[in-house]
Design a protein around this ligand. Structure first.
Ligand code: FE2
Ligand code: FE2
Length: 245
């Protein structure tokens, strides 16, 4: 089904609740009443095309609008990625950590298995936080300042001084997949933890890990296939304009 700007936002969400993630990440306030997508985007200063492409992708996973998203300004993408990071760090990861810690309370687990799972996840959190910090502190500000320099809002000398020796190629070469270890943990739990007395909680933990892994795959897809090409294009433009990076 084709999603269009004159559709009511509440109808779109009712049709596919996964779009709630897009709404949260683009900071659209709830309480849409009967407003259309076009109206809500206008009120919140969001490019309607970016919203429509993302919503279409969430609704039809075979459709990844890479070319269309690359054409949009990087501002929305950075907002989207930053708000996704916030949700991971402040909500999803601590929730999963708490659930894993609960494993210690079950007496029917093999020796030390709960501690090993907790240790595995805590190491993962450290890796996760370092990955996100690198993007928040370096890659995203670089993208914003590169755009500002091209638009004449930042002097080229300031930009050069601030990012000496940095380019998006460095990020591209070092950008790791955050979802792999989530799948590893999911698989360890599934294969080696026998049924627990509170099966409901354990099943929920598996489902939360599944959702996180799936979402991280989407997140990495946007960073690798939209953010990197946008920045590569802007670096070329900067080179042409100033004959240097
Ligand atoms: Fe990220
Ligand atoms: Fe990343």
């Amino acid at each position: 089904m084709r999603i269009h700007a004159n559709m009511k936002l509440s109808d779109l969400v009712t049709m596919n609740f996964e779009i709630i993630a897009v709404i949260q990440r683009l900071q659209i306030p709830y309480g849409f009443k009967d407003k259309t997508i076009a109206t809500v985007c206008k009120e919140n200063n969001i490019e309607v095309d970016s919203f429509l492409h993302l919503a279409q992708w969430f609704n039809d996973r075979d459709y990844f609008p890479q070319e269309q998203l690359i054409q949009q300004s990087p501002t929305w993408l950075i907002t989207y990625l930053r708000n996704t990071h916030k949700c991971y760090l402040n909500y999803q990861i601590p929730r999963i950590e708490k659930e894993i810690e609960q494993l210690e309370n079950y007496s029917d687990l093999p020796d030390r298995s709960a501690q090993l799972m907790i240790q595995f996840f805590r190491e993962y959190i450290q890796e996760f936080a370092a990955h996100i910090e690198e993007e928040e502190v370096k890659t995203f500000p670089y993208t914003i300042d590169l755009t500002a320099t091209l638009e004449g809002k930042m002097p080229i000398e300031t930009f050069r001084k601030k990012y000496k020796g940095y380019s998006i190629d460095w990020y591209m070469e070092n950008h790791s997949d955050l979802d792999e270890k989530v799948y590893d943990l999911q698989s360890l739990l599934l294969k080696h933890i026998p049924p627990l007395s509170s099966n409901c909680q354990f099943s929920n933990l598996l489902l939360e890990l599944y959702r996180l892994g799936k979402d991280l795959r989407d997140h990495t897809l946007l960073e690798d296939n939209v953010l990197i090409p946008i920045v590569q294009q802007k670096e070329k433009e900067l080179y042409i304009k100033f004959q240097a990076l």
